[in-house]
Each structure stands twice: as C-alpha cells, then as structure tokens.
Design a protein around this ligand. Sequence first.
Ligand SMILES: C[S@@+](CC[C@H](N)C(=O)[O-])C[C@H]1O[C@@H](n2cnc3c(N)ncnc32)[C@H](O)[C@@H]1O
Length: 248
Amino acid sequence: MKNAAITIHSQTSSPSLTRLIEFLQSCGVMVELCHDPSLINYSPYFMFDEKLILLSEDLRISYDWVKEFKTHQKKKYSIHNEPFAKALGLKNKRNISLLDTSGGTGKDAILAYSFGLSVDIYERNVDAFCLLACAFLRFRDSDCYNEQFPMNLKLGTLNADVDLGHYDCVFFDPMYPQKKKKSAKARKEMELFKEIIGPDDDADSYLEQLIHKHHYVVFKRPSFAPKLHKPSYSYEGRTTRYDIYRKV
Ligand SMILES: C[S@@+](CC[C@H](N)C(=O)[O-])C[C@H]1O[C@@H](n2cnc3c(N)ncnc32)[C@H](O)[C@@H]1O
C-alpha cells in the first residue's frame, strides 16, 4: 500500500473538513492541512463546496453519492431484471449484507445500497480512499442514509483473519485493461483513475482467496474478459459480466 499521507488545501476551515480529517486519521491516513493558496500546485487535493477534489492537469475527480443514489431511486430498477441485482442474489432474499472488497469510486456500492443492502467497503489505494471517505461522510449525513442498513468504509485490504461469515455476499471488481473505445471525457477520467490506482495485478490470486473464504462471491468483469476459476454461473450485462462463485 502507498504511504498513507495526504495534504489537503483549503481556503477555509469548516466542520465538514474537520470531520473528514478526523475520519481519515482514524483510518490511519496522515493528513496535513494547508491554507496557503500559493502552494496549491504542490498538492493535488483541495476542498471545494464540501467536496474533496483531486486535481490533475485539467481533470478533477470528486464524487457525489447523494446525487447518484437519488438517480438510482428514480430509475426504480427491477431486481428481477437488473444484472447487478440478480448477481447479488436479491431475488429471494431480504436484509442482505454485502462486502464490497474493491471500493474504487463507490458507484457499485451506492447502487447496491439503493437496492436496500447493508454495505461494507474496503479500498486499499489511499488516493481512491480519500475521495471515497469524503463522499461517504456526506452521504451518511444525508437523508438518503438509512441507519437500518449500515454502511462502513475501511482503508486497506482484507486480512486473513477478517471473518466473512456474517456477509451474505462478497463482491470483487478489480481494475481490468480497457479495450473498448470510450467517449473522450470518459476515457480521460478513466485514464486518470487508472493512473492513480495502477493495475490490480494480484486480482486472480485475491479472487481465489475470496472464493476459498466465502460461499457466494460475485466477480465483475468486462464482457470480453476470460472467465477465471470456473464460475458456477454468470449474468451478462450490456458491457459487463458478473461471474458467480457459489458453494452449495
Ligand atoms: C475497478 S475499481 C472498482 C470500481 C468500483 N466497483 C466502482 O464502483 O467504482 C478497482 C478498485 O479496487 C481496489 N482494489 C483492488 N483490489 C483490492 C484489494 N485486494 N483490496 C482492496 N481494494 C482493492 C483498487 O484500488 C481500485 O480502487
């Protein structure tokens, strides 16, 4: 894991910034705060409108889970048709607890949360984690968050001693080399994200560990990617495939 230390630039102090810093510190990230605008080019992070923004050349990354959640709610997905919902095994169950082992931008975690799942998220990349943390805290304060369905965010990867027994489902979505052409903006954002995160070269062996440790693992892949470790079955989305590893 990269050294867990970041510098955040902010013109002003605010309760949300203080809370973000406290949360990051409680997760083991060392945070330095800088109020000097002349130094902004030396740090890619700054705080604007309660959002943590990661700046690189002309691109900015920040997440708004509240907006995303509300968009999902409006779409009123059918859990019988939506491939991700089918893959998570929602058809016949209620009160499902999901472990998302690869947080990334949190998009999948928020989609799962909009289906009514409790979600624990792990993310090992510090840069990705800091952006997630800011979105997570803002989401948890919003009226979209339901305490009956808790959500937690953790920095790091699963230790061998973490007990997965109380999760109904384990989800893994590592980085995969992109083949298909995307729009210029999406491509740029994807490239920046990939540059920040780097490849998940250990995905194959990590998947193997997860399959060994849990009876229901959902592995997300691009549709063109080869299948690994003989999944029990798969659900095909438009561009994505969900490979299910299920022990009966
Ligand atoms: C393709 S992205 C995940 C995308 C995510 N599903 C989303 O909705 O944005 C992969 C992310 O998983 C993280 N990751 C990969 N392997 C991991 C592991 N073993 N433990 C924790 N995080 C991991 C990477 O750092 C990266 O941020």
